[in-house]
Design a protein around this ligand. Structure first.
Ligand SMILES: CC(C)(COP(=O)(O)OP(=O)(O)OC[C@H]1O[C@@H](n2cnc3c(N)ncnc32)[C@H](O)[C@@H]1OP(=O)(O)O)[C@@H](O)C(=O)NCCC(=O)NCCS
Length: 158
C-alpha cells in the first residue's frame, strides 16, 4: 500500500519530478488489494517485513480505472489490434523509489507471468505517455499495440 500510494501521489502532484515514473487513475483500495492477493494475482519483492515492490494482474476489480481499461480493450479487440483470447484486462508494477534499477520489476514481471501462463494468453495495460519508464516496460517484453496523445496501450504475451 505504501509503495502504491507513493507513486499515485507522484502522478497527482503537478510539480513532482516524474523521471522515476508514476501511477495514474484511481488508487487500489486495501480491500481490492486483499482480494487480488486472495486470487494469487500479486507478487511482491520483500526484505524482511519491508515491501520493495509488486506486480499485479487484475481481472477482478471494477473501479473507474479498471472500467476505463476494459472499455479501451473492447475497442482494440473490435479494431482487431488485439485478439480476444484470454486477455487479462489490467496490470500494474511499482518498485520502492530506493530500490529501482536493480532488476526488481523485471523479476516480478517474469515470476507472475509464469504463474499465470495456464490462465491467460496476454495481459493488457495502459501507460501514461508522460511516464518516462515506458522503456522499462519494453525491456520487460511489453509491446505497444496502440497510442494516442495521452496513453500507450500495451500487451504482454505470456
Ligand atoms: C517502472 C518501475 C516499476 C521500474 O522498476 P525497476 O525495478 O527499477 O526496473 P528494472 O530495474 O527491473 O528494469 C527493467 C529493465 O529496464 C531497463 N531500464 C531501466 N531504466 C531504463 C531506462 N531509463 N531506459 C531504458 N531502459 C531502462 C533495465 O536496464 C532493465 O532491463 P535489462 O534487465 O534488460 O537491463 C519503477 O521505476 C517504478 O515503480 N516507477 C513508478 C511506478 C511506475 O511508473 N510504474 C509503471 C506504470 S504502470
Amino acid at each position: 500500500m505504501a509503495v502504491s500510494s507513493y507513486w499515485y501521489a507522484q502522478g497527482k502532484e503537478k510539480s513532482a519530478d516524474k523521471q522515476a515514473g508514476f501511477l495514474f487513475g484511481e488508487a487500489y483500495t486495501s480491500e481490492e488489494l486483499l482480494n487480488l492477493i486472495d486470487k494469487d494475482c500479486i507478487c511482491v519483492a520483500s526484505d524482511g517485513s519491508a515491501i520493495l515492490g509488486y506486480f499485479l494482474f487484475d481481472n477482478y476489480t471494477s473501479n473507474a480505472t479498471t472500467k476505463f481499461y476494459k472499455q479501451v480493450l473492447k475497442g482494440l479487440v473490435s479494431n482487431k489490434k488485439i485478439t480476444p483470447n484470454r486477455v487479462c484486462v489490467r496490470a500494474q508494477v511499482a518498485v520502492h523509489p530506493d530500490h529501482q534499477n536493480r532488476g526488481l520489476s523485471k523479476r516480478l514481471t517474469k515470476f507472475l507471468s509464469q504463474q499465470h501462463k495456464e490462465k491467460y494468453d496476454t495481459i493488457f495495460s495502459v501507460v501514461d505517455r508522460q511516464n518516462p519508464k515506458m522503456q522499462v516496460h519494453i525491456s520487460n517484453n511489453w509491446k505497444i499495440v496502440e497510442q494516442d496523445e495521452l496513453y500507450n496501450y500495451v500487451l504482454l504475451e505470456l
